[in-house]
Design a protein around this ligand. Structure first.
Ligand code: AMP
Length: 411
């Protein structure tokens, strides 16, 4: 299928061609016609599947004939709500790209930054607004944002939005928009919380599922390294030096873990950028831009900070800590191997994390290739470190020969 068959108009086809998109992705093929018809949809698709264009293109097309000659007096006709500032900025940029040959006006608002420039932008008149929930409600309360004319409401990354505690905000925003609007919900996963939300606001929606698991499993060459927890940094350095080519996104579970690894890599003369919730929005954006501009080839991030962030041409992912939720693993490795390219994921697994591998493999219905030929192997008989009751120290598992030499626990 090509984009013409999706009945997109010429200015949009031109914009898509300028982005060098040859053909629609599966989520675009299914979703675009339904959105053009005005249907409500619930789409299970993660970042990397092309989901932003799946709603942005038909929204722009539906608003085309409503373009106004003057800026002033424009009403918000499409509203996209998403959980994080980075994602909001990215979605806004996508709308600007796809709408480059239209005279529709898109704006973005998010918290953690001054309101005045955003207010000034809104006062000029906006057709499409991308927003994070808190700032949107704030500005609505101040009568700066008027949602009375919204025709299409998009809830993007709904699962993360609910995980971040925005459920009441999302419901409120939905109620503030007119009852007859079209609603489009996109979510990487559809956990019970999302089902509850859709049951209350989207009873007649069409459900579309784009399996991220099979997409990621097919495109990404996945490697698994068993190693003691205190050898992970050494193994990571070894992989960076001997195996990894191109850029790499390293996932750590905590902000503390991100900082710790950053220090070790800096000491070894690597240029590193980091993303975690402890950084200001400006710092996060700058870090991301430096990585995207190839000023640094290593980015270390927590799952939440990196969620939804699109990095074109990411060559490698390292799961420094294995996630306990198998879907998170799929999201992480799905950052590489996008748009038909291949990518490599390296997962470092300590004795404590072995059980996570089992559930990841079960979800993927695929065994991950285990690399045994490396200098920091895990003793196969090693037991996980277990927390004893209050006041006691960790009970340690047996260590490998290499690790016996080291006294210091790094983690
Ligand atoms: P998204 O899932 O919306 O974050 O998109 C992921 C990446 O895929 C972005 O870099 C898009 O520019 C790119 N993309 C979206 N649609 C297509 C397409 N039809 N062909 C090639 N790349 C695409």
């Amino acid at each position: 299928m090509n984009f013409k068959e999706l009945k997109l108009n010429k200015p949009l086809l031109r914009a898509v061609a300028e982005k060098n998109y040859n053909a629609p992705t599966p989520v675009q093929e299914i979703t675009i016609p339904l959105v053009l018809e005005g249907k409500d949809v619930i789409v299970s698709a993660q970042t990397g599947t092309g989901k932003t264009a799946a709603y942005a293109l038909p929204i722009l097309q539906r608003l085309f004939h409503k373009q106004e000659s003057t800026k002033k007096g424009r009403k918000i006709k499409a509203l996209v709500v998403c959980p994080t500032r980075e994602l909001a900025i990215q979605i806004h940029e996508n709308f600007l790209d796809y709408g480059t040959h239209a005279s529709l006006i898109t704006a973005v608002i998010y918290g953690g930054t001054a309101m005045e420039p955003q207010i000034a932008e809104l006062r000029k008149g906006v057709d499409i607004l991308v927003a994070t929930p808190g700032r949107l409600l704030d500005l609505h309360k101040q009568d700066i944002v008027n949602l009375d004319y919204v025709e299409t409401l998009v809830l993007d990354e709904a699962d993360l939005m609910l995980d971040m505690g925005f459920v009441e905000d999302v419901k409120k925003i939905e109620r503030l928009c007119p009852t007859g609007k079209q609603t489009l919900l996109f979510s990487a996963t559809i956990p019970y919380k999302v089902v509850q939300l859709t049951n209350s606001i989207l009873q007649n929606a069409i459900k579309i599922e784009i399996s991220p698991t099979s997409l990621a499993a097919a495109r990404v060459h996945q490697l698994l390294y068993y190693t003691p927890i205190h050898e992970k940094i050494q193994l990571c350095l070894h992989l960076l030096k001997h195996s990894i080519k191109g850029n790499v996104l390293i996932f750590r579970r905590t902000k503390y873990g991100v900082d710790k690894l950053e220090q070790s890599l800096l000491k070894n003369q690597y240029k590193v950028e980091t993303l975690h919730g402890g950084k200001s929005q400006e710092e996060r954006l700058e870090a991301l831009n430096r990585f995207k501009n190839k000023e640094a080839s290593i980015l270390i991030a927590t799952d939440v900070a990196a969620r939804g962030i699109d990095i074109e041409q990411l060559d490698n992912v390292i799961n420094f800590d294995l996630p306990n939720i198998p879907e998170t693993y799929v999201h992480r490795i799905g950052r590489t191997g996008r748009a038909g390219q291949s990518g490599i994921s390296y997962s470092l697994c300590a004795a404590e994390e072995k059980e996570y591998v089992a559930s990841i493999q079960k979800l993927m219905q695929k065994q991950i290739v285990v690399v045994t030929d490396h200098p920091f192997p895990l003793d196969p008989t090693a037991k996980p470190m277990v927390h004893k009751k209050k006041g006691s120290k960790y009970r340690k598992g047996r260590k490998s020969e290499a690790s016996k030499k080291k006294k210091k626990r790094w983690y």
